[in-house]
Write a protein that binds this ligand. Sequence first.
Ligand SMILES: Cc1ncc(COP(=O)(O)O)c(C=O)c1O
Length: 345
Amino acid sequence: MQTPYFVFDKKRLIENYNYFNESCKKNFEKYKIAYSIKTNSFNAVLNELAKQKTGFEAASILELKQSIKYNKKGFKVFNGPAKTEEELKIAIKNHILINVDSKSEIDKIIRLMKGKLLNIGIRVIYDIQDSKFGFEEKRINDIINYCEKNNLHVVCIQFHQGTQINLKNFEEGIKKFAKTLDFLKRNFEFIDLGGGFPDKFKLGTLGLRLEDYFVIIKNNLEKFKATIILEPGRAIVCDVFELITKVIAIKENFGIKHAVLDAGTNFLPRMSCAFYKFEAQGDKKENNKEEYILTGPLLFANDSFGKFHGFLKDGDLIRVKNVGAYCYNLSWEISYKKPKIISKL
Ligand SMILES: Cc1ncc(COP(=O)(O)O)c(C=O)c1O
């Protein structure tokens, strides 16, 4: 088999989805799961999740079409700061909940609806770093009034806190959000908390479970009696893919050993915010460990992943774990084509 290639584990995907769903069931009276398509949009991933009756979260025309293809009748959410008229028309026609992100987007929807009523959501932000998204908290009330005056009925409020967030920051965010909801004195049908729940590896390093996050949501937001929408990506797919890559060259410069692999940051991007775990296949030697800098094949000095301890030689296969979130979708074709995906037997 030509390396590098991804291995897709369908059984793991279903287990992860069921675990997420069961954890929601335990903590929320009413909830909807809308899987974040951007996190991994491999056909078989979307197909299997659709069979589990999950909803989908879309962030572009491509993803809107995928969400409709795989889940014609199910629950769907449309997010993003750059929604075009064409995308909005598709979302409206297919009864997809639009979380509005700017005044200009609201005006586009008003024009498209020509006075007819539409239920929408609205995204709130608190941090200047998130400025390109949604509306800052102090504007929310006015924006809701503007929507309602124009026959856009605000049924949902969304607050996405970023990704791989630790529990303390998550709790602070949820408490702040609960204060906003108290202040607004409005019954929203949906409270959408976006995605970003840490993957299993991150939870492991934090000594936490997914449910620790859900309990915080329950304790702070249950009183609003809304349906909780969650848009998980990495929590469901983080360990559903592995990447098999090969050692192409071992070299030593300035006393430091390097193992050059045939996959680099082109397929294992830093932007994924995932912690990759490298395991040499068949390397059982406990002693005899040497230290290598693992690097990719690209002609960039920063195409490297840190240290590896073991014993490597040309042609050895390396299994990279925790690559299910964003690696396939963010893979870029520079010098090499995107890796193929095979299904685990
Ligand atoms: C609004 C929203 N929902 C869901 C997600 C999915 O995040 P993750 O894959 O980290 O769970 C993102 C990711 O950035 C997002 O911006």
